[in-house]
Each structure stands twice: as C-alpha cells, then as structure tokens.
Design a binder for this molecule. Sequence first.
Ligand SMILES: [Zn+2]
Length: 70
Amino acid sequence: MGSQINKIECPRCRKIVAWEKNPHRPFCSEYCRLVDLGRWSDETYRISSRSEDGDELDNLVTLNPKREKN
Ligand SMILES: [Zn+2]
C-alpha cells in the first residue's frame, strides 16, 4: 500500500525523478541519458570490434574519458 512506483532513481546521477511524464527515463534528463547511452554504445562498439585482440584493451583504458578527469 502506498508504494511509490512512479518515482525512479536516475542510474547516472542518482537523482530521484518522476517516472511519468519523463521522456528520458530511466534517466532524469536528456543529458544523463545521452551521456550514459553514448558511453555504453561507445564501449560496446570498441569491445565488440576489438575484443579479439587483447592488446586493444590497453587502448580502451587510454581512451577512457575517466582518465582525463583529474
Ligand atoms: Zn541524471
């Protein structure tokens, strides 16, 4: 009773947002959605196309945007 299923937690920034009327769900905003999906598709693309070559894993780390975050 009283369970609130119309609110979600943005998987990217953990912000609690309404599920209804949210075109960007399960994210809070278009920004989080694009960042998260963009990052995923980018990694998936690289991994799926390079996974056969183990040496490319080093490039994955090098290209990881997180490294530039200081
Ligand atoms: Zn968010």
